[in-house]
Design a protein around this ligand. Structure first.
Ligand code: FEO
Length: 387
């Protein structure tokens, strides 16, 4: 597949995968992207997952014919991209690796060698010329590991962006970019908003026509759309007005309250209401929704003098990703010693710039007139600005 006259796609689609990075369900599979830049010299960008050695090496050969790569650029050492470094170096004994100092340390850990006599150590601002194509390497630590570099090709105005701007999903499946890019971003990179912001600042100084990430499609048109979403996500600003209700319910009492609140929110003009049952939904999808909307309602039961386990997992996942700048409200349920509201609130003390709704809903076993009034009051409060 041709990206520009000189840049070819060498990646593979993975439809066998059950869990990406050991935890993310990817119904439409995953793509591990790899690229060749063909000039007086030839560079290959990143390898692919261990399951695809033969297919990837064949892709290189099919694209290059009799020519051989001079460089392997290793932007990221996570095994979905690095697993075939040793195989590549054995196949092309004259090739050199360009990577950051930290990447070479990791190569030694993964492969038992850091390719001492075949390495070009690069750092932020280093350059490498293939002829017409001159690469500038840009350090992008923690996007999403510490060794990451991204690469700018000034000839074709291409940013090779490593995991940045990636998404779940193989490339032979048509699906909306933002939905799976957002779930990918908040799942995998969400903790590192500051570092993504740093990278975006560096990218803003470049004239970019094409973004070539290591997952998901090559981005060519309307780049401001993708850059804008990355700016919103990495600055932890809400993307859309709306209320996300995350709940757990053991016997249906809490669920009934949640459904009642959702209905009232819609009646009161809330532009978007989305409801996630944390025991049954895809947790990364719920995390993504919590970051997408500006208001979050947490509804759970008291359980073993704590909160229901799926809610604890969910709040931990938000905190791990620096959840902030949102309005949060609580619904608690408990039959003899309700503690859920207090515990959820104490967990969220670590989160910055949170506005807590004045109204809370307290259920003792089942809804009654009082708790229904609390639901009405909470719906009113959360929709005040939509009146
Ligand atoms: Fe796609 Fe962080 O590896």
């Amino acid at each position: 597949m041709k990206i520009t006259d000189d840049i070819k796609y060498l990646g593979v689609n993975d439809h066998e995968i059950d869990l990406f990075e050991g935890q993310y369900v990817v119904e439409n599979g995953m793509a591990y992207n790899s690229y060749a830049v063909i000039d007086d010299k030839i560079a290959v960008f990143d390898t692919v997952d261990a399951k695809f050695t033969d297919e990837w090496l064949k892709n290189i050969k099919d694209e290059l014919g009799e020519r051989k790569p001079d460089y392997l650029i290793v932007q990221h050492m996570e095994p979905d991209h690095s697993a075939n470094i040793a195989n590549f170096m054995n196949t092309y004994p004259d090739a050199k690796i360009a990577a950051s100092a930290k990447a070479f340390v990791m190569m030694k850990q993964f492969f038992g060698t850091d390719f001492q006599d075949r390495r070009i150590e690069v750092a932020d601002g280093s350059t490498l010329s293939l002829g017409r194509h001159e690469f500038t390497f840009i350090a992008a630590p923690m996007v999403h590991w510490p060794e990451v570099i991204v690469t700018y090709d000034s000839c074709d105005k291409v940013l090779f962006s490593a995991d940045g701007f990636g998404k779940f999903g193989a490339l032979d499946v048509n699906e909306d970019w933002a939905c799976e890019a957002r779930r990918y971003y908040f799942g995998i990179v969400g903790k590192y908003g500051t570092q993504v912001q740093n990278l975006l600042k560096k990218a803003a100084e470049l004239d970019i026509s094409i973004i070539c990430p290591l997952h998901g499609p090559v981005l060519k048109d309307n780049l401001n759309y993708y850059l804008g979403l990355y700016n919103t996500w990495s600055s932890y600003e809400p993307e859309s007005e709306g209320v996300m209700i995350a709940y757990t319910s053991v016997y249906g009492g809490t669920k009934k309250a949640v459904m009642q609140l959702a209905e009232k929110l819609r009646e009161n003009g809330c532009p978007k209401v989305t409801v996630n049952d944390l025991a049954r939904c895809d947790m990364p999808e719920a995390v993504e929704d919590a970051f997408r909307y500006n208001k979050l309602v947490l509804a759970t039961t008291t359980y073993n003098a704590d909160i229901f386990p799926f809610m604890r997992t969910f709040i931990d996942a938000l905190l791990e990703r620096n959840y902030q700048k949102r309005t949060i409200a609580f619904i608690e349920n408990g039959t003899w010693a309700p503690t859920a509201g207090r515990i959820m609130k104490s967990m969220l003390e670590k989160a910055k710039n949170i506005h807590y709704a004045e109204n809370e809903v307290h259920i003792k076993s089942a809804l009654n007139e009082e708790s229904e009034r609390e639901i009405d009051a909470l719906a009113e409060e959360l929709c005040r600005e939509y009146k």
